[in-house]
Design a protein around this ligand. Structure first.
Ligand code: NAD
Ligand code: TYD
Length: 372
Protein backbone atom coordinates (compact mmCIF):
# COMPACT_ATOMS: atom_id res chain seq x y z
CA UNK A 1 0.00 0.00 0.00
CA UNK A 2 1.30 3.41 -0.87
CA UNK A 3 2.24 5.63 2.08
CA UNK A 4 0.63 9.07 2.17
CA UNK A 5 2.97 11.97 2.74
CA UNK A 6 2.14 15.56 3.55
CA UNK A 7 4.73 18.31 3.30
CA UNK A 8 4.72 21.25 5.66
CA UNK A 9 7.59 23.54 4.91
CA UNK A 10 10.62 21.33 4.87
CA UNK A 11 9.08 19.09 7.49
CA UNK A 12 7.94 15.89 5.94
CA UNK A 13 5.10 14.00 7.55
CA UNK A 14 5.01 10.35 6.69
CA UNK A 15 1.70 8.51 6.48
CA UNK A 16 2.78 6.39 9.42
CA UNK A 17 2.76 9.45 11.66
CA UNK A 18 6.54 9.73 11.66
CA UNK A 19 8.17 13.06 10.94
CA UNK A 20 11.28 13.71 8.97
CA UNK A 21 12.99 17.05 9.27
CA UNK A 22 14.96 18.15 6.26
CA UNK A 23 17.01 20.64 8.18
CA UNK A 24 20.55 19.60 7.33
CA UNK A 25 20.82 18.26 3.82
CA UNK A 26 24.02 16.68 2.56
CA UNK A 27 24.29 17.06 -1.21
CA UNK A 28 27.12 15.03 -2.72
CA UNK A 29 28.61 16.06 -6.05
CA UNK A 30 27.08 19.53 -5.83
CA UNK A 31 29.85 21.11 -7.90
CA UNK A 32 28.88 18.98 -10.88
CA UNK A 33 26.19 19.72 -13.43
CA UNK A 34 22.96 18.43 -11.88
CA UNK A 35 24.03 18.85 -8.25
CA UNK A 36 24.82 22.53 -8.81
CA UNK A 37 21.45 23.09 -10.46
CA UNK A 38 19.70 21.22 -7.64
CA UNK A 39 21.37 23.31 -4.92
CA UNK A 40 20.43 26.53 -6.73
CA UNK A 41 16.87 25.28 -7.17
CA UNK A 42 16.50 24.40 -3.51
CA UNK A 43 18.06 27.55 -2.09
CA UNK A 44 16.78 30.07 -4.61
CA UNK A 45 13.41 28.70 -5.69
CA UNK A 46 11.86 26.39 -3.11
CA UNK A 47 10.22 28.93 -0.83
CA UNK A 48 9.26 26.52 1.94
CA UNK A 49 12.72 24.98 2.26
CA UNK A 50 14.49 26.77 5.10
CA UNK A 51 17.10 24.14 5.88
CA UNK A 52 20.85 24.18 5.33
CA UNK A 53 22.85 22.49 2.61
CA UNK A 54 26.31 21.03 2.92
CA UNK A 55 27.77 20.36 -0.49
CA UNK A 56 30.49 17.72 -0.44
CA UNK A 57 32.48 17.33 -3.62
CA UNK A 58 35.90 15.89 -4.37
CA UNK A 59 36.38 18.35 -7.23
CA UNK A 60 37.38 15.94 -9.93
CA UNK A 61 37.78 17.42 -13.42
CA UNK A 62 33.93 17.57 -13.52
CA UNK A 63 33.48 19.60 -10.35
CA UNK A 64 33.65 23.37 -10.56
CA UNK A 65 33.03 25.18 -7.26
CA UNK A 66 32.84 28.46 -9.18
CA UNK A 67 29.40 27.34 -10.41
CA UNK A 68 28.11 28.06 -6.88
CA UNK A 69 30.73 30.48 -5.53
CA UNK A 70 28.18 33.31 -5.21
CA UNK A 71 26.04 31.21 -2.84
CA UNK A 72 28.79 31.09 -0.23
CA UNK A 73 28.40 34.85 0.12
CA UNK A 74 24.67 35.27 -0.49
CA UNK A 75 23.31 32.34 1.53
CA UNK A 76 25.37 32.74 4.70
CA UNK A 77 25.30 29.61 6.84
CA UNK A 78 22.52 28.04 4.76
CA UNK A 79 25.16 26.88 2.28
CA UNK A 80 28.55 25.29 2.96
CA UNK A 81 31.00 23.69 0.60
CA UNK A 82 33.39 21.02 1.86
CA UNK A 83 35.94 19.38 -0.39
CA UNK A 84 35.96 15.66 0.38
CA UNK A 85 35.89 12.25 -1.26
CA UNK A 86 32.72 10.24 -0.61
CA UNK A 87 34.89 7.11 -0.39
CA UNK A 88 36.72 8.53 2.66
CA UNK A 89 34.69 7.01 5.46
CA UNK A 90 36.38 8.83 8.29
CA UNK A 91 36.07 12.28 6.77
CA UNK A 92 32.51 11.68 5.58
CA UNK A 93 31.52 10.40 9.03
CA UNK A 94 32.85 13.60 10.54
CA UNK A 95 30.82 15.65 8.07
CA UNK A 96 27.64 13.70 8.91
CA UNK A 97 28.20 14.49 12.59
CA UNK A 98 29.62 18.02 12.46
CA UNK A 99 26.69 19.18 10.32
CA UNK A 100 24.08 16.94 11.98
CA UNK A 101 23.02 15.60 8.59
CA UNK A 102 19.43 14.31 8.52
CA UNK A 103 18.94 14.02 4.73
CA UNK A 104 21.21 12.88 1.92
CA UNK A 105 20.79 13.77 -1.75
CA UNK A 106 23.45 11.70 -3.48
CA UNK A 107 24.56 12.98 -6.88
CA UNK A 108 28.34 12.41 -6.77
CA UNK A 109 29.52 10.04 -9.46
CA UNK A 110 31.83 9.56 -12.35
CA UNK A 111 29.32 10.23 -15.10
CA UNK A 112 30.80 10.16 -18.59
CA UNK A 113 30.34 6.93 -20.60
CA UNK A 114 33.31 7.59 -22.91
CA UNK A 115 35.66 7.98 -19.93
CA UNK A 116 34.30 4.80 -18.37
CA UNK A 117 35.24 2.89 -21.52
CA UNK A 118 38.83 4.17 -21.43
CA UNK A 119 39.38 4.08 -17.64
CA UNK A 120 36.72 2.30 -15.53
CA UNK A 121 38.61 2.35 -12.19
CA UNK A 122 37.22 5.62 -10.84
CA UNK A 123 33.69 4.57 -11.83
CA UNK A 124 33.88 1.38 -9.80
CA UNK A 125 35.44 3.20 -6.87
CA UNK A 126 33.22 6.29 -6.64
CA UNK A 127 29.94 4.98 -7.97
CA UNK A 128 29.95 1.65 -6.13
CA UNK A 129 32.29 1.95 -3.15
CA UNK A 130 31.45 5.64 -2.59
CA UNK A 131 27.71 4.93 -2.52
CA UNK A 132 28.24 2.00 -0.17
CA UNK A 133 30.35 4.20 2.14
CA UNK A 134 27.58 6.82 2.38
CA UNK A 135 24.90 4.17 2.95
CA UNK A 136 26.91 2.59 5.73
CA UNK A 137 27.42 5.99 7.42
CA UNK A 138 23.70 6.72 7.10
CA UNK A 139 22.85 3.31 8.50
CA UNK A 140 25.04 3.96 11.54
CA UNK A 141 22.99 7.13 12.15
CA UNK A 142 19.51 5.73 11.51
CA UNK A 143 18.07 7.66 14.46
CA UNK A 144 18.79 10.90 12.66
CA UNK A 145 18.64 10.08 8.93
CA UNK A 146 15.18 10.71 7.50
CA UNK A 147 16.04 10.10 3.88
CA UNK A 148 18.80 8.90 1.58
CA UNK A 149 17.91 9.88 -1.98
CA UNK A 150 20.00 8.23 -4.69
CA UNK A 151 20.21 9.91 -8.10
CA UNK A 152 20.60 7.41 -10.90
CA UNK A 153 20.23 6.99 -14.61
CA UNK A 154 18.03 5.26 -17.19
CA UNK A 155 21.22 3.73 -18.63
CA UNK A 156 20.97 0.93 -16.03
CA UNK A 157 18.19 -0.60 -18.16
CA UNK A 158 20.42 -1.08 -21.21
CA UNK A 159 19.38 -0.36 -24.76
CA UNK A 160 15.93 -0.37 -26.38
CA UNK A 161 15.04 -1.37 -29.92
CA UNK A 162 12.80 0.75 -32.15
CA UNK A 163 9.87 0.55 -29.74
CA UNK A 164 9.14 0.23 -26.02
CA UNK A 165 9.89 2.31 -22.94
CA UNK A 166 11.79 1.73 -19.68
CA UNK A 167 9.41 1.40 -16.73
CA UNK A 168 10.37 0.95 -13.08
CA UNK A 169 9.80 -2.79 -13.60
CA UNK A 170 12.20 -3.14 -16.55
CA UNK A 171 15.06 -5.48 -15.64
CA UNK A 172 18.54 -4.07 -15.41
CA UNK A 173 20.89 -4.77 -18.32
CA UNK A 174 23.67 -2.16 -18.17
CA UNK A 175 26.09 -2.15 -21.08
CA UNK A 176 28.91 0.28 -20.24
CA UNK A 177 31.22 0.37 -17.21
CA UNK A 178 29.42 3.60 -16.25
CA UNK A 179 25.92 2.14 -16.36
CA UNK A 180 27.07 -1.10 -14.71
CA UNK A 181 28.55 0.88 -11.82
CA UNK A 182 25.35 2.91 -11.44
CA UNK A 183 23.27 -0.29 -11.59
CA UNK A 184 25.41 -1.76 -8.80
CA UNK A 185 24.90 1.32 -6.67
CA UNK A 186 21.11 1.20 -7.22
CA UNK A 187 21.05 -2.41 -6.01
CA UNK A 188 23.05 -1.60 -2.89
CA UNK A 189 20.76 1.35 -2.05
CA UNK A 190 17.72 -0.88 -2.46
CA UNK A 191 19.30 -3.59 -0.30
CA UNK A 192 19.98 -1.11 2.52
CA UNK A 193 16.28 -0.33 2.56
CA UNK A 194 15.18 -3.95 2.36
CA UNK A 195 17.68 -5.32 4.88
CA UNK A 196 18.20 -2.48 7.34
CA UNK A 197 15.12 -0.35 6.82
CA UNK A 198 17.15 2.69 5.75
CA UNK A 199 14.65 5.24 4.37
CA UNK A 200 15.69 5.54 0.73
CA UNK A 201 14.28 6.74 -2.57
CA UNK A 202 15.86 6.19 -5.98
CA UNK A 203 15.30 8.11 -9.21
CA UNK A 204 16.41 6.94 -12.66
CA UNK A 205 16.49 9.83 -15.10
CA UNK A 206 17.07 10.21 -18.81
CA UNK A 207 19.70 12.50 -20.41
CA UNK A 208 19.80 16.00 -18.93
CA UNK A 209 20.88 19.26 -20.54
CA UNK A 210 21.08 22.85 -19.32
CA UNK A 211 23.41 25.33 -17.59
CA UNK A 212 26.71 24.23 -15.98
CA UNK A 213 27.09 20.95 -17.88
CA UNK A 214 30.71 19.98 -18.49
CA UNK A 215 31.48 20.38 -22.20
CA UNK A 216 32.41 16.75 -22.82
CA UNK A 217 28.73 15.77 -23.05
CA UNK A 218 26.86 15.98 -26.36
CA UNK A 219 24.84 19.18 -25.97
CA UNK A 220 27.37 21.59 -24.39
CA UNK A 221 30.16 20.23 -26.61
CA UNK A 222 28.10 20.90 -29.72
CA UNK A 223 27.06 24.38 -28.55
CA UNK A 224 30.64 25.41 -27.87
CA UNK A 225 32.11 23.90 -31.02
CA UNK A 226 29.29 25.38 -33.10
CA UNK A 227 29.88 28.82 -31.63
CA UNK A 228 33.59 28.59 -32.41
CA UNK A 229 33.14 27.14 -35.90
CA UNK A 230 34.80 23.82 -34.96
CA UNK A 231 33.82 20.35 -36.26
CA UNK A 232 30.78 18.75 -34.61
CA UNK A 233 31.65 15.06 -34.05
CA UNK A 234 28.59 12.82 -34.40
CA UNK A 235 29.22 9.18 -33.46
CA UNK A 236 28.29 6.42 -35.92
CA UNK A 237 25.24 7.14 -38.07
CA UNK A 238 23.86 9.76 -35.65
CA UNK A 239 20.61 7.82 -35.26
CA UNK A 240 21.04 6.82 -31.62
CA UNK A 241 18.07 8.08 -29.62
CA UNK A 242 18.11 9.78 -26.23
CA UNK A 243 15.18 11.15 -24.18
CA UNK A 244 16.19 14.72 -23.25
CA UNK A 245 15.12 16.50 -20.05
CA UNK A 246 15.94 20.08 -19.07
CA UNK A 247 17.95 19.95 -15.85
CA UNK A 248 15.61 22.16 -13.80
CA UNK A 249 12.80 19.72 -14.54
CA UNK A 250 14.99 16.92 -13.19
CA UNK A 251 15.56 19.01 -10.04
CA UNK A 252 11.83 19.59 -9.48
CA UNK A 253 11.26 15.85 -9.90
CA UNK A 254 13.99 14.92 -7.40
CA UNK A 255 12.59 17.34 -4.83
CA UNK A 256 9.09 15.95 -5.41
CA UNK A 257 10.38 12.41 -4.80
CA UNK A 258 12.34 13.50 -1.73
CA UNK A 259 9.38 15.24 -0.14
CA UNK A 260 6.51 13.04 -1.30
CA UNK A 261 7.92 9.78 -2.61
CA UNK A 262 7.36 6.49 -0.86
CA UNK A 263 10.39 5.18 0.95
CA UNK A 264 11.95 2.18 -0.76
CA UNK A 265 10.39 3.14 -4.08
CA UNK A 266 12.02 3.88 -7.41
CA UNK A 267 10.87 6.63 -9.79
CA UNK A 268 11.66 6.97 -13.49
CA UNK A 269 12.07 10.57 -14.63
CA UNK A 270 12.06 11.58 -18.28
CA UNK A 271 11.02 14.25 -20.70
CA UNK A 272 8.95 12.14 -23.12
CA UNK A 273 11.23 13.78 -25.59
CA UNK A 274 13.00 11.25 -27.77
CA UNK A 275 15.34 12.54 -30.43
CA UNK A 276 18.02 11.15 -32.71
CA UNK A 277 21.43 12.66 -31.97
CA UNK A 278 21.71 14.10 -35.46
CA UNK A 279 18.44 15.99 -35.01
CA UNK A 280 19.66 17.41 -31.68
CA UNK A 281 22.84 18.63 -33.37
CA UNK A 282 20.94 20.16 -36.29
CA UNK A 283 18.65 22.08 -33.90
CA UNK A 284 21.72 23.37 -32.04
CA UNK A 285 23.35 24.47 -35.34
CA UNK A 286 20.26 26.42 -36.40
CA UNK A 287 19.81 28.09 -33.00
CA UNK A 288 23.48 29.05 -32.69
CA UNK A 289 23.26 30.54 -36.19
CA UNK A 290 20.25 32.54 -35.00
CA UNK A 291 21.47 33.57 -31.54
CA UNK A 292 25.22 34.07 -32.13
CA UNK A 293 25.05 35.28 -35.73
CA UNK A 294 26.44 33.50 -38.79
CA UNK A 295 29.97 32.14 -39.13
CA UNK A 296 32.48 34.61 -40.57
CA UNK A 297 32.72 32.68 -43.82
CA UNK A 298 28.93 32.67 -44.17
CA UNK A 299 28.52 28.88 -43.91
CA UNK A 300 25.59 27.37 -42.05
CA UNK A 301 26.79 25.61 -38.89
CA UNK A 302 25.20 22.40 -40.15
CA UNK A 303 28.21 22.20 -42.46
CA UNK A 304 30.39 21.62 -39.38
CA UNK A 305 28.72 18.25 -38.71
CA UNK A 306 31.31 15.48 -39.01
CA UNK A 307 30.49 11.80 -38.65
CA UNK A 308 33.17 10.01 -36.61
CA UNK A 309 33.90 6.45 -35.45
CA UNK A 310 31.18 5.07 -33.20
CA UNK A 311 31.51 4.61 -29.43
CA UNK A 312 32.19 0.92 -28.57
CA UNK A 313 29.01 -0.79 -27.30
CA UNK A 314 26.99 2.36 -28.05
CA UNK A 315 23.43 1.97 -26.69
CA UNK A 316 20.97 2.55 -29.52
CA UNK A 317 17.94 3.98 -27.80
CA UNK A 318 16.82 5.11 -24.33
CA UNK A 319 13.25 6.19 -23.57
CA UNK A 320 11.56 6.59 -20.22
CA UNK A 321 8.00 5.85 -19.20
CA UNK A 322 7.46 8.37 -16.39
CA UNK A 323 3.81 7.51 -15.72
CA UNK A 324 4.55 6.85 -12.03
CA UNK A 325 5.93 10.38 -11.60
CA UNK A 326 3.01 11.87 -13.51
CA UNK A 327 0.23 9.88 -11.83
CA UNK A 328 1.52 9.32 -8.29
CA UNK A 329 3.58 12.46 -7.86
CA UNK A 330 1.64 14.83 -10.08
CA UNK A 331 4.89 15.87 -11.74
CA UNK A 332 5.35 17.17 -15.27
CA UNK A 333 8.35 18.82 -16.95
CA UNK A 334 7.88 22.52 -17.63
CA UNK A 335 10.20 22.80 -20.62
CA UNK A 336 9.76 21.35 -24.08
CA UNK A 337 12.99 20.60 -25.96
CA UNK A 338 12.43 23.73 -28.04
CA UNK A 339 12.20 26.04 -25.03
CA UNK A 340 14.86 24.24 -22.97
CA UNK A 341 17.50 24.10 -25.69
CA UNK A 342 17.01 27.79 -26.52
CA UNK A 343 17.53 28.72 -22.85
CA UNK A 344 20.55 26.44 -22.65
CA UNK A 345 22.25 27.88 -25.73
CA UNK A 346 21.56 31.40 -24.52
CA UNK A 347 23.09 30.50 -21.13
CA UNK A 348 26.30 29.20 -22.75
CA UNK A 349 26.52 32.31 -24.94
CA UNK A 350 25.93 34.61 -21.95
CA UNK A 351 28.36 32.82 -19.64
CA UNK A 352 31.48 32.85 -21.73
CA UNK A 353 33.66 33.34 -18.65
CA UNK A 354 32.45 30.04 -17.13
CA UNK A 355 32.93 28.31 -20.47
CA UNK A 356 36.44 29.70 -21.06
CA UNK A 357 37.44 28.83 -17.52
CA UNK A 358 36.37 25.22 -17.93
CA UNK A 359 37.79 24.84 -21.42
CA UNK A 360 41.17 26.35 -20.59
CA UNK A 361 41.41 24.40 -17.33
CA UNK A 362 41.82 27.64 -15.38
CA UNK A 363 39.19 26.51 -12.88
CA UNK A 364 41.69 23.84 -11.79
CA UNK A 365 44.25 26.54 -10.95
CA UNK A 366 41.54 28.32 -8.95
CA UNK A 367 40.72 25.09 -7.08
CA UNK A 368 44.42 24.58 -6.36
CA UNK A 369 44.75 28.12 -5.01
CA UNK A 370 41.60 27.88 -2.85
CA UNK A 371 41.53 24.28 -1.72
CA UNK A 372 45.10 23.02 -2.24
P1 NAD B 1 28.96 15.45 -13.19
O1 NAD B 1 30.03 14.56 -13.71
O2 NAD B 1 28.71 16.76 -13.86
O3 NAD B 1 29.23 15.76 -11.63
C1 NAD B 1 29.64 14.79 -10.74
C2 NAD B 1 30.21 15.50 -9.51
O4 NAD B 1 30.61 14.49 -8.57
C3 NAD B 1 31.44 16.34 -9.81
O5 NAD B 1 31.32 17.61 -9.21
C4 NAD B 1 32.59 15.56 -9.20
O6 NAD B 1 33.66 16.38 -8.72
C5 NAD B 1 31.88 14.84 -8.06
N1 NAD B 1 32.58 13.63 -7.63
C6 NAD B 1 33.07 12.64 -8.43
N2 NAD B 1 33.67 11.70 -7.68
C7 NAD B 1 33.55 12.09 -6.38
C8 NAD B 1 33.95 11.52 -5.15
N3 NAD B 1 34.62 10.37 -5.09
N4 NAD B 1 33.65 12.18 -4.00
C9 NAD B 1 32.97 13.37 -4.04
N5 NAD B 1 32.59 13.95 -5.19
C10 NAD B 1 32.86 13.31 -6.35
O7 NAD B 1 27.64 14.55 -13.18
P2 NAD B 1 26.12 14.99 -13.38
O8 NAD B 1 25.81 14.98 -14.82
O9 NAD B 1 25.86 16.20 -12.58
O10 NAD B 1 25.37 13.74 -12.73
C11 NAD B 1 25.00 13.75 -11.35
C12 NAD B 1 24.33 12.44 -11.02
O11 NAD B 1 23.18 12.28 -11.86
C13 NAD B 1 25.21 11.22 -11.27
O12 NAD B 1 24.99 10.29 -10.23
C14 NAD B 1 24.72 10.67 -12.60
O13 NAD B 1 24.92 9.28 -12.68
C15 NAD B 1 23.25 11.03 -12.54
N6 NAD B 1 22.57 11.25 -13.83
C16 NAD B 1 23.11 12.10 -14.77
C17 NAD B 1 22.42 12.33 -15.96
C18 NAD B 1 22.94 13.29 -17.00
O14 NAD B 1 22.36 13.37 -18.09
N7 NAD B 1 23.99 14.05 -16.73
C19 NAD B 1 21.20 11.67 -16.21
C20 NAD B 1 20.69 10.81 -15.20
C21 NAD B 1 21.37 10.63 -14.03
P1 TYD C 1 26.47 11.81 -23.87
O1 TYD C 1 26.18 13.26 -23.74
O2 TYD C 1 27.88 11.35 -23.67
O3 TYD C 1 25.46 11.04 -22.91
P2 TYD C 1 25.17 9.44 -22.76
O4 TYD C 1 26.24 8.68 -23.43
O5 TYD C 1 25.19 9.28 -21.28
O6 TYD C 1 23.82 9.23 -23.38
O7 TYD C 1 26.03 11.34 -25.32
C1 TYD C 1 24.70 11.50 -25.78
C2 TYD C 1 24.61 10.85 -27.15
O8 TYD C 1 25.41 11.61 -28.06
C3 TYD C 1 25.17 9.44 -27.19
O9 TYD C 1 24.38 8.66 -28.09
C4 TYD C 1 26.58 9.61 -27.74
C5 TYD C 1 26.44 10.81 -28.67
N1 TYD C 1 27.63 11.67 -28.80
C6 TYD C 1 28.08 12.03 -30.08
O10 TYD C 1 27.52 11.62 -31.11
N2 TYD C 1 29.18 12.85 -30.18
C7 TYD C 1 29.84 13.31 -29.07
O11 TYD C 1 30.86 14.05 -29.22
C8 TYD C 1 29.35 12.95 -27.77
C9 TYD C 1 30.05 13.43 -26.53
C10 TYD C 1 28.24 12.12 -27.70
Amino acid sequence: MSMITITMGNQLKLGTGEFTMMKHVLVTGGCGFIGANFIRYLLEEVGDFDGRIVNVDKLTYAGNPKSLADLEASMGDRYRFVRADICDREEMGKIFDDYEIDTVAHFAAESHVDRSIVAPDDFIRTNIFGTYTLLQLARERMDRIGLFHHVSTDEVFGSLGETGLFTEETSYKPNSPYSASKASSDHIVRAYHHTYGLPVTISNCSNNYGPYQFPEKLIPLMIMNAREGKPLPVYGDGKNVRDWLYVRDHCTAIWRVMTRGDRGRTYNIGGRNEMENIRVVEVICDLVDELAGPLEDGRSRRELITYVKDRPGHDRRYAIDCTRMEKEQDWLPEESFETGIRKTIQWYLDNQAWVDDVRSGEYQDWIQAHYG
